[in-house]
Design a protein around this ligand. Structure first.
Ligand code: MD3
Ligand code: FE
Length: 221
């Protein structure tokens, strides 16, 4: 048995990397930022899921998304055969989405402030769940009203290889590994960059098992 001097570092190749790293103009990676709050965040994820179960939405083109999704906050991101939109009502329950947990809101505003966005007030949080094999193809986030507002993303659970593309779909994306607790603030010139997630590899996380949860905080309305 090897003496484990570095704890999680042995199975997380991003653990030795800097806590704060710009990924491009307006895009700031805050590695491990959410880790001190993992327990309250996962508690809140459970409460949101209990009120608005994860579901596989359908793209406007008729394809079932491999990512399972739900929302909290005043507005939720919805995809169906009619298109993409933000809706105050969960179409599966015909009720409003669950309120945004205070632990979510605080984390998002603190991360945004750390990146220079002092007055970020998210009204929508999209919860994405990945299991090994799940992917998210290259896309832009352009359903929000004010593109001057950033998006804050929080990764929990097993690692993912994020694709950070350019302003055009054909621009070759950079690969950015995202691990448990990593937070990224996407604003300014990065706000409309194409991005996606490669199929997740088999892995297991001590708290989340074989899954990854990604939270994206938006000012949608
Ligand atoms: C870069 N989610 O929900 S988070 C999405 O891991 C989405 O679930 C991915 O893309 C996930 O729309 C990626 C990172 C992210 C989120 C929004 C962005 C990167 C972004 C918006 C603009 C540029
Ligand atoms: Fe996106």
């Amino acid at each position: 048995m090897t003496l484990d001097l570095f704890g999680d570092a042995l199975d997380d190749p991003t653990d030795g990397l800097p806590a704060r790293e710009p990924l491009g103009p307006g895009a700031l990676l805050l590695r491990r930022f959410a880790r001190p709050r993992e327990a309250e965040l996962l508690d809140a994820v459970d409460r949101v899921q209990a009120a608005a179960p994860l579901r596989h939405m359908v793209t406007p083109g008729g394809f079932r998304m491999s990512v399972a999704m739900t929302n909290c906050g005043a507005l939720g991101w919805v995809s169906d055969l009619a298109g993409y939109r933000y809706d105050p009502i969960d179409p599966d329950s015909a009720r409003p989405w669950p309120a945004m947990p205070e632990a979510f809101r605080r984390l998002a505003t603190e991360a945004a402030a750390a990146a220079g966005f002092e007055d970020f007030e998210p009204d929508a949080c999209l919860v994405n769940r990945y299991v090994p094999g799940t992917r998210l193809s290259l896309h832009q986030d352009r359903n929000e009203r004010d593109m001057r507002q950033p998006i804050v993303s929080v990764s929990l659970g097993i690692p993912a290889m994020f694709q950070f593309g350019g302003d055009r779909r054909a621009d070759r994306p950079a690969r950015v590994p995202l691990g448990h607790g990593d937070v990224v603030v996407w604003g300014g010139p990065s706000r409309l960059r194409f991005h996606g997630v490669l199929p997740l590899k088999e892995a297991s996380h001590r708290l989340l098992g074989e899954s990854r949860i990604n939270l994206t905080f938006r000012k949608a309305g």
